[in-house]
Design a protein around this ligand. Sequence first.
Ligand SMILES: *Cc1c(COP(=O)(O)O)cnc(C)c1O
Length: 405
Amino acid sequence: MESPIFLDHHSTTPIDPDVFSEMIPFLTQNFGNASSSHIFGQEARRAVEKARVQVANLIGANPKEIIFTSGATESDNLAIKGIAESYHRRGNHIITTQIEHSAILDTCYFLEKLGFETTYLPVDKYGMVDPEQVASAIKPNTILISIIHASNEVGTINPLAEIGQIARQAGVLFHSDAVQTIGKIDVNVDHLNIDLMSLTAHKVYGPKGIGALYIRRKKPKTRIKPQNYGGGQEGKVRSGTLNVSGIVGFGYACQIAQTKMQKESERLIGLRSRLYEGLKEQIDFLHLNGHPQKRLPGNLNVSIEFIDSVTLLEKLKNIALSTGSACSSNSSAPSKVLTAMGIDDNLARNPIRFGLGRSNTTNEIDFVVARMVEEVKNMRESSPLYKLMGSEVESSPPNRMKMVN
Ligand SMILES: *Cc1c(COP(=O)(O)O)cnc(C)c1O
C-alpha cells in the first residue's frame, strides 16, 4: 500500500470536498463583513445565520443559543471562565473529571490560582464517570459541572443525561465538551440536560479554526461573561469579526454529518471490530482500553504488553496513529486518562489509539492489522523480556472483552 493511511480522526479530520466548495465563495467574491449593513455584509450575515441553524439542528438547540468561536479550546475557556466570572458571587466550586481535555484542565488550574476550588472526579476502569460521584461532590458553593461527553483517548461515552439531571435538580449549571461526539452519535442538549456545550468543526470534516459554544437561553437562562471585548459580535459574548467562510463550512459539515451519521457509525463499528478482532487473534497480551460497548464508533485504544508504543508507531511509517491525545503525544509520561482508569503504569505508558473515519476502508484495516502483527512479532523477537515473561509467566490474563458489532 503506497499512500499513507490516516487512522487518527480524533486529532482532526480532512475537510469534506462539498464543505470546501460551500466555503469558497465566502473567501472570494462574497467577502463581506457580517456586521456591515450594506449588500456585501447582508450576504455574509445570511450565510452565517443559515450555518447557525445547521449547527443548532445537529444538537437540538435553538440557533440563538449558538455562539461561534475559534474552536473548542476557546469554547471550553469561554464556558468555564465565563461562568466562573458570572457566578462567583454564588460560589467558587467547579466539578470536573480527571479525563478532560487540557483545554478544560488547564483552565481549571488557572482558576484555582484566582481562588476557585475544583474537584477532579475519578473514573471507573472503563474511563466512565459515575453519576453518583457527581451527586456527592456537589456542595452549596458549586456553580458548574463540566464533564467530557466522550473521551478523546479511549472513546468511552459518559452518562450525561443522568449527570445532567443531577445537576439540574441541584441547580448547578452543566457544561460538556462534546467535540468527539457531535456528528458521531446522537447529541441533544435537551435529552442530555446540558446548559453549555463546546463544539469544533475540524473533527467533523469541517475547517480548522472554527467552533461554537452552545449556551442555554431558558430554564435556566445561562449568563456568561465575555472573555474578549471589542465590537460586541455574537450577542456581545464573543467579540471579533466573524470567520464567515469557516462558519459556512462548519454549518454545512454539521448538516452532512447529520444525514450520514447513522450509516457511517454502523460502518465504522464494523471496521473497528474487524481491526480489534484481527489484532487480538494474532497478538497475545493485547489489552483493550475503554468501554467494550459504550464507546465512540470510530475509536479503538489498546496497549500491548512488552511493546513500546512510540517505537511501534515509528516502525509503522505509513500509518498515521497516535499514542494518546495529539496534544500530549510528545511526552513519555503515562496517559492521564489511563492512569485515572487505574491501568497499570506500563500499559498506561503505551497506548495505541486508532481513530477511524470516513476515508477508511476494509482493505486499509486488513493492511494495518497485517503490518502491526508483523512489527509486534519483530519487536518481540528481539525482546528478552517478552521471551521470559511471555513463555514462562502467566502475566495479566488475556483480554476477553468482546466488542459489540
Ligand atoms: C480536539 C479537541 C479539543 C480542541 O478543539 P480545537 O477546536 O482544536 O481547539 C477540545 N476537546 C476535545 C475533547 C478535543 O478532542
